[in-house]
Design a protein around this ligand. Structure first.
Ligand SMILES: C[S@@+](CC[C@H](N)C(=O)[O-])C[C@H]1O[C@@H](n2cnc3c(N)ncnc32)[C@H](O)[C@@H]1O
Length: 293
């Protein structure tokens, strides 16, 4: 790959997905884009760049998607889901007792293990949520991962990563070597494509936002911009859950850490400077009415 091609790709990825590559990540681009150039029938990365410069939106989308890291697994890191069950939901059950609604957003849901882990947590709460309108929105930049998430079909290897066997038996159906999330759990999760760099205010306001293991790839200004907009889309008494390597501390005061709960934040009520981002379309709400057990 020539230095100008590398610089072109670096800038394109920063603009399109927020991915902030340092000057020495040629190997990462090569390991992800050489297979893609072969798939597109092109001899190398230079030709992919030529296609993009020639205005091929399809190749550009494929390049951006190939460069995203989609690593995820059920109940990843465990602790955030313990916080969800033991700290977040008890407060929400009390605070929303009269209106009985819950809106959860997985802001980089990848192939679905995170939103379905949350859906299973809610199912486990049984009668406590009877009669509630529950909405879990899973969004991601990549259409490819969203398709897999929508299908809710996982390999033996994927269901062995983080998913307790009792939950596998209870919430999945086996078909040959694959496992599919049961229809009632799938019905709790709505999917849509969304780039966090773009305006997401039309999604409305959420009680809980899981935004985990995506901001680590962005530069500081992009993180601050996204935190400031996430604060506006979180209920004043709502929650933000970040990944183990992510924090708001030192970046913005629009969220404050929840005492003694690592990775858990609440809106502080502090105002951030208004951010102007390109608009996206409105989401069609899909809600699940929870039945008791
Ligand atoms: C490492 S996965 C994290 C999945 C899950 N949140 C977890 O922690 O297991 C990161 C996801 O962020 C998505 N992503 C990357 N850039 C994005 C952007 N600008 N907007 C929305 N999603 C993005 C990727 O497609 C990928 O699926």
């Amino acid at each position: 790959m020539t230095p100008p091609d590398y610089e072109y790709l670096r800038k394109l990825l920063k603009d399109r997905s927020g991915l902030d590559l340092s000057a020495d990540k040629q190997y990462l681009i090569e390991s992800r884009l050489l297979p893609l150039s072969r798939k597109c029938g092109l001899p190398g990365i230079g030709e992919l760049v030529q296609k993009m410069k020639g205005g091929s939106a399809d190749v550009t989308t494929q390049v951006v998607e190939a460069m995203t890291t989609n690593e995820t697994f059920f109940f990843r890191d465990k602790v955030p889901f313990d916080h969800f069950r033991d700290s977040i939901m008890p407060e929400i059950l009390q605070a929303r007792a009269s209106r009985k609604t819950l809106r959860v957003w997985c802001a980089a849901g990848s192939t679905g293990q995170e939103p379905y882990s949350l859906a299973m947590c809610l199912k486990e709460m049984g009668a406590a949520l009877a009669g509630w309108r529950v909405e879990i929105l899973a969004t991601d930049l990549s259409q490819e991962v969203l398709e897999k998430s929508r299908a809710g079909i996982y390999s033996q290897f994927e269901v062995q990563r983080g998913l307790p066997i009792q939950m596998l038996v209870k919430y999945f159906k086996q078909t040959g070597e694959l496992w599919q999330v049961n229809a009632d759990v799938r019905a709790m999760v709505q999917h849509r494509q969304l780039n966090l760099l773009h305006d997401f205010s039309q999604l409305g306001v959420f009680d809980v936002i899981f935004c985990r293991n995506v901001l680590i790839y962005f530069d500081q200004d992009t993180k601050i911009n996204i935190f400031n907009r996430l604060a506006k889309t979180t209920e004043p008494d709502g929650f933000l859950v970040l990944g183990a390597a992510e924090t708001v501390v030192g970046l913005t005061d629009v969220f404050k850490p929840y005492p003694e709960r690592r990775g858990l934040y609440r809106p502080s009520g502090a105002r951030a400077a208004p951010a102007r981002m390109p608009a996206i379309g409105a989401a069609a709400p899909k809600v699940a009415m929870m039945a008791g057990r």
